[in-house]
Design a protein around this ligand. Structure first.
Ligand code: NAP
Length: 248
């Protein structure tokens, strides 16, 4: 049985990495997938074709999650194209790593807007259709560094910690309407974002993780499938760490 059969989902930032992995898993589980990208137009078009090969409806939208008005227009377009939206995955995110002493106001603002304001933008826009249908699952991609902190990532950690507070508040506000809100906190997941790092640092990370490996996009995507599906009907306001035991 497919866990997400006939559900309609929006996934932000799915042209690469974790978002792409979630989009593919959702399609495999029978969901119709609306997804966004910002600069990777070519990759977005390729993903749409790949998703359609699962026999579901798929459509990519070029949309900046950090832009309030664009998020509202996106949700309106998806509702017009797909009818309803059952699942929202706020995945889009960026890093602008540097120590606080060197961090510019621009580096702070860019990360907060792309990672945290985007979650507010999309969640606010999706509330209307979800309230109407009296159901929905909102899944926000946070990070273990939003719980633990990380030197050189004060902007990123703050954005990811903010997502957790937002996720819990929305769970409390919208629970009575059968709208669930949860966060996933991935640990060290090997994607393009992490491929840019010093490989010696990467090896040291792998060694320090109890499961002795970096996570894969599928490790995160499987948890997203659970939170999107009926399997998690009584789960809301939670943060699930997908980190190989890193934060234990
Ligand atoms: P990635 O490979 O760099 O991909 C980021 C995706 O987000 C891309 O598809 C990008 O689209 C999109 N994006 C960025 N800014 C956007 C915006 N303003 N509007 C719309 N789309 C935007 O990153 P990733 O490693 O897969 O990370 C995905 C999420 O997981 C992020 O929220 C990240 O913070 C979180 N996370 C990652 C790790 C990890 O170890 N990788 C760990 C914890 C949490 P374009 O290509 O079109 O720009």
């Amino acid at each position: 049985m497919k866990l997400l059969k006939d559900k309609n989902a929006i996934i932000t930032g799915a042209s690469r990495g974790i978002g792409r992995g979630i989009a593919l898993k959702f399609a495999e589980q029978g969901a119709n997938v609306a997804f966004t990208y910002l600069s990777s137009v070519e990759k977005g078009l390729e993903l749409q074709i790949e998703l359609e090969s699962y026999g579901i409806k798929a459509k990519g939208y070029r949309s900046d999650a950090a832009d309030f008005k664009a998020a509202e227009e996106l949700v309106n377009a998806v509702v017009a194209d797909f009818g309803t939206v059952d699942v929202l995955v706020n995945n889009a995110g960026i890093t602008r790593d540097t120590l606080l002493m060197r961090m510019s106001e621009q580096q702070w603002d860019e990360v907060i807007n792309a990672n945290l304001k985007s979650v507010f933008n999309l969640t606010k826009a999706i509330t209307k259709p979800m309230l109407k249908q009296r159901k929905g699952s909102i899944i926000n991609i946070s990070s273990v560094v939003g719980i633990k902190g990380n030197p050189g990532q004060s902007n990123y950690s703050a954005s990811k910690a903010g997502i957790i507070g937002f996720t819990k508040s929305i769970a409390l506000e919208l629970g009575s309407r059968n709208i669930r809100s949860n966060a996933i906190a991935p640990g060290f997941i090997e994607t393009e974002m992490t491929a840019a790092l010093d490989q010696k640092v990467v090896e040291a990370w792998r060694e320090s993780i109890p499961l002795k490996r970096g996570g894969t996009v599928n490790d995160v995507a499987d948890t997203a499938v659970f939170l999107a599906s009926e399997m998690s009907n009584y789960v809301t306001g939670q943060v699930i760490n997908v980190c190989g035991g890193m934060l234990t």
